[in-house]
Write a protein that binds this ligand. Structure first.
Ligand SMILES: Cc1cc2nc3c(=O)[nH]c(=O)nc-3n(C[C@H](O)[C@H](O)[C@H](O)COP(=O)(O)OP(=O)(O)OC[C@H]3O[C@@H](n4cnc5c(N)ncnc54)[C@H](O)[C@@H]3O)c2cc1C
Length: 447
């Protein structure tokens, strides 16, 4: 396991030095790919511990997430649990529509630990059945620094000067600096780097929240397992969408009966409403802006949510809310940056810092993987700058816009179920088969 600020070297240092801001999936995709292509990287993550907290969340593994692992994973550990059918329930819990459709489900923590193994050789129980990756002589040097909050960047002509605050073991802080030939901003939807470069871009609340949690497969009732096991199960009602599916269990196990049932429940909470205030005020009385993390929801807020579940959800889905021990809440937000290259191409935005997709797109993780794969293709001369901008920006613009449209249709319009099924199928079109509207090219030549 790498120590804080530790590095792994192979003695080569011909390629540019890259600083990556953010050590979640986007930053780690960048770290793993750049290391493999021989770039030296320093990754700065603000979380004060070596490992990020498990987000306890399922992720639909989109094509580009799977492609990333196919290209770069050296652990050999399977990343996804397949789901073979999409089914739609009515409020009584009866199936009203089903279609055969293979989709791959994974979990945030499995992706995270496999990426850490590949980046700085962090060993973990997630590698059971896999292996710690070998070091290759062609690898770039790596340096994972935690407790490092980036506060500023400055264009120095040939390089970017990056300032950050570093938490010492004793809790005090020191001011640090590092220079980058290239800075990759993977610092998420509230990106500090974007805030410096494009302060007019705001992250805005969409008027609804997502309530999420997991239940061990073995704790599900027969009725619940019948619809959630290896199924992608949906329910729509005015102001509500719920989807529940099976994901890998503890330490990434995909073994039957040891997996988790993962629910994602969108519910409208108008801005300024007493219900939103109640939901977003944590158990210590602190009003959280965007997220109530696992373990922090106030008991009275959770009672309100469970009551809503009993009244409005099919019984199998209400059961998930009753049984989960680790619920968490996120406000759904929107943000899109007009361009992804800054400071004479020395700063690039990837993943959620570039475009904060609504989760209905099931494409956020894939976006980060795709951005990084395009970036490496450009750096290695496989595609030119124009093509890099076109590929990454068109995808960001088209999917961000689609997320707003299908999210708003689902939450704020009352449509026949066929319309929601159509939206879901549209969101699932593979990136390479997607036709982008012409407006997604607007102004790209000026970047
Ligand atoms: C609970 C949860 C559930 C999710 N479910 C899904 C899903 O089902 N499907 C899907 O595709 N995606 C999902 N996502 C989103 C997915 O995790 C992200 O899209 C993916 O991680 C790529 O985002 P990112 O790395 O660009 O940004 P983030 O994941 O937001 O990471 C940003 C990182 O930057 C760090 N950071 C921020 N500011 C600074 C700073 N100033 N200095 C240093 N570090 C900084 C943060 O601590 C964080 O670790 C989910 C995310 C969460 C949190």
């Amino acid at each position: 396991m790498a120590t804080n600020g530790g590095s792994q070297t192979n003695g080569t240092s011909r390629k540019p030095n890259v600083v990556i801001v953010g050590g979640s999936l986007g930053g780690l995709f960048a770290g793993v790919a750049l290391k493999t292509h021989g770039y030296n990287t320093t990754l700065l993550e603000r979380t004060p511990e070596n490992l990020l907290h498990n987000q306890g969340a399922g992720i639909v593994a989109g094509g580009d997430t799977l492609e990333f692992f196919k290209r770069y994973d050296r652990t050999g550990k399977p990343v996804a649990v397949p789901s073979y059918k999409r089914i739609y329930l009515d409020q009584k819990g009866d199936i009203i529509h089903e279609e055969v459709n293979r989709q791959n489900m994974t979990s945030w923590d499995l992706c995270y630990y496999l990426l850490r193994a590949n980046y700085d050789r962090v060993d973990s129980p997630y590698l059971e059945g896999g292996k710690l990756p070998e070091i290759r002589p062609t690898d770039g040097m790596i340096n994972y620094v935690y407790g490092a909050t980036v506060t500023g960047i400055e264009d120095k002509g040939d390089y970017v000067a990056v300032s950050y605050k570093r938490k010492r073991e004793d809790g005090t802080e020191e001011l640090c600096a590092v220079n980058a030939d290239l800075l990759v901003a993977a610092d998420g939807p509230s990106s500090t780097i974007r805030g410096i470069l494009e302060p007019q871009v705001k992250r805005t609340y969409a008027g609804y929240c997502v309530i999420r949690g997991t239940v061990p497969e073995l704790e599900g009732s027969e009725a619940a397992l019948e619809v959630f096991r290896e199924r992608f199960c949906f329910f729509h009602a005015p102001g509500i969408q719920n989807l529940t599916y099976t994901i890998a269990g503890e330490h990434g196990t995909t073994e039957r009966n040891r997996r988790l049932l993962n629910f994602v429940w969108y519910a409208n909470f108008p801005e300024g409403s007493p219900e939103l205030e109640k939901l977003m005020t944590d158990k210590n009385g602190r009003r959280r802006h965007i997220t109530i993390p696992p373990g922090m929801i106030a008991p009275e807020a959770w009672d309100m949510v469970k009551q809503m579940g009993k009244e409005k959800l099919p019984p199998q889905m209400a059961e998930m809310a009753e049984k989960t021990k680790n619920p968490f809440v996120q406000c759904i937000t929107d943000a899109i940056t007009p361009k992804n290259l800054f400071m004479g191409d020395k700063v690039v935005l990837v993943g959620d810092s570039l475009a904060n997709f609504r989760p209905h797109t099931v494409a956020s993780t894939s976006q980060a993987a795709f951005d990084v794969m395009c970036l490496v293709d450009w750096l290695d001369g496989k595609i030119d700058r124009k093509e890099f901008i076109k590929q990454s920006m068109q995808f960001a613009r088209a999917i961000q816009d689609m997320g707003v449209k299908i999210g708003d249709r689902s939450q704020f319009e009352k449509l026949p179920i066929d319309e929601y099924i159509k939206d879901r199928n549209f969101a699932s079109i593979k990136r390479e088969d997607r036709e982008y509207p012409a407006w997604t090219l607007d102004g790209l030549d000026e970047i």
